[in-house]
Design a protein around this ligand. Structure first.
Ligand code: CNA
Length: 426
């Protein structure tokens, strides 16, 4: 099997496996082959759902003025700059043709399709943004990202921390960062538990994560459903001869500012986190089987800057909906106009994921799962904030998919935010 090496900012060509293009499969074939039609909404309702645009109040007014994209893709967020993005001039007929007074949003549309059983093989592609709510900084967020706060690591350029040659020369910057990232110091947040809920509902085909914080496993996403594409701290080995080294011993050494040494060649031992210039784990290549089977790609909290991972999002069939949940538009979602069936919800992930959970009627279940899991593992660490006592708007878990009011989503969000502050380990 061919190996892929980790590179940065290199947008590789399309992957080598066969891709079914829009011209070779019709959208109706794809959407309708999943389940029988009996008892399902009519084609026209579904197609109108797909073509509806998510709009904020501001966007809705643009829409009414006929500025919705023709291609069925849409973007939603509060920043006026990005409102411009993805809203190209058009007749806006899809909105009027639907007969609805207000268009559905990205989350409403995807949530509705999920509830209808149309999207049953979900592949999640995630990055550091899903863990910022757990108190772990990402790389590239201005001001708070690790790249903006690297003075303490004393490196010539940010990526040097994860450069294997630099590590070979001086492992201390990485070890210094590793001390902060080592699993055990942070707890999974609501977003991780949402993904676990996808699994519990039998909808998660696979999660591909770039994260090395181990929070996916910690929240209970089983190993077979998870691809840690950039490795993890769970194992360690010599960075030169690859002789395995006990992970716990490596951790102890790193946490006490020692440098673990290979018992075979005396070179520095490193946790099996994938550095720039290193091969990705074998499991990563499972994508060649998974992505063609996906009927929804959920992309969460990543800048899509690191290859080959970033190009994965281009490997689903062009008929497959892709939903980006992120603070900003990234990768192919920066393109104007967006691809048909690309959905974008910009903003804080806790808010977006909470809203989607509300639409799906999962919110209470996720809260319960999270509380019982966290209670079972770290009883004394559960937030004692008053609103964590379960003051959750019942409409968030009612299963009502549409027309969730602004008040409902605000209530869901504040419940999530107060309930899921980062928990510190003892
Ligand atoms: P990145 O380049 O820092 O991008 C993160 C993305 O998430 C950005 O687009 C942010 O705008 C967005 N984001 C951050 N917080 C939120 C939020 N609360 N709501 C919505 N969006 C948010 O990180 P990537 O994951 O794209 O880069 C891949 C690198 C980062 C991998 O090699 C990781 O190993 C590495 N990394 C991992 C962790 C971790 O394991 N938690 C932390 C920092 C870096």
């Amino acid at each position: 099997m061919s190996k892929a090496r980790l590179t940065r900012d290199r947008r590789s060509a399309q992957p080598s496996f066969t891709r079914v293009t829009r011209s070779s499969i019709s959208s109706q074939d794809s959407a309708h082959s999943i389940i029988p039609q009996q008892g399902r909404p009519s084609d026209s309702v579904l197609l109108s759902d797909l073509s509806l645009m998510r709009v904020s109040e501001q966007q809705a007014s643009l829409a009414r003025k006929g500025k919705l994209s023709k291609n069925g893709s849409y973007i939603s967020e509060s920043s006026s700059d990005n409102i411009k993005h993805g809203l190209s001039t058009s007749s806006g007929s899809s909105v009027r043709a639907s007969g609805r007074s207000a268009p559905r949003g990205a989350l409403e549309t995807v949530g509705r399709l999920m509830k209808l059983g149309r999207l049953r093989n979900v592949v999640v592609v995630a990055g550091a943004g899903i863990s910022t709510a757990s108190g772990i900084p990402d790389f590239r967020s201005p001001g708070t990202g690790l790249y903006a706060n690297l003075e303490k690591y004393n490196v010539p350029y940010p990526e040097a921390v994860f450069n294997i040659d630099y590590f070979s020369d001086d492992p201390r910057p990485f070890f210094s960062l590793a001390k902060e990232l080592y699993p055990g110091q942070h707890r999974p947040n609501y977003i991780h538990y949402f993904i676990r809920m996808l699994h519990q509902k039998g909808l998660l085909l696979r999660m591909y994560t770039q994260n090395i914080d181990g929070l996916e496993k910690m929240c209970g996403i089983p190993d077979e459903k998870l691809v840690e594409a950039h490795g993890s701290f769970a194992t360690a080995s010599c960075h030169l001869c690859y002789t395995p080294f006990p992970a716990e011993e490596a951790k102890e050494a790193i946490m006490s500012d020692d440098v673990p040494k290979c018992s075979f060649c005396s070179a520095t031992v490193k946790p099996n986190v994938v550095f720039f210039g290193e091969d990705l784990p074998e499991k990563y290549f499972q994508h060649t089987q998974d992505f063609p089977k996906a009927d929804l790609l959920m992309i969460m909290g990543t800048s899509l800057q690191i290859e080959p991972f970033a190009s994965l999002v281009n490997t689903v069939k062009s008929t497959v909906p892709r939903l980006l949940l992120n603070r900003r538009a990234v990768g192919p979602f920066e393109r104007k106009p967006l691809r048909r069936r690309d959905y974008v919800e910009l903003g804080d992930l806790l808010h977006s994921v909470g809203k989607l959970a509300g639409i799906l009627g999962w919110h209470t279940e996720i809260e319960d799962l999270m509380n019982s899991h966290e209670n079972g593992t770290l009883p004394m660490l559960i937030s004692s904030s008053p609103s964590s006592s379960g003051a959750i708007d019942p409409s968030c878990s009612s299963g009502e998919d549409s027309d969730s009011s602004e008040a409902d989503s605000k209530s869901t969000e504040s419940s999530i935010l107060s309930n899921h502050r980062p928990l510190q380990s003892v």
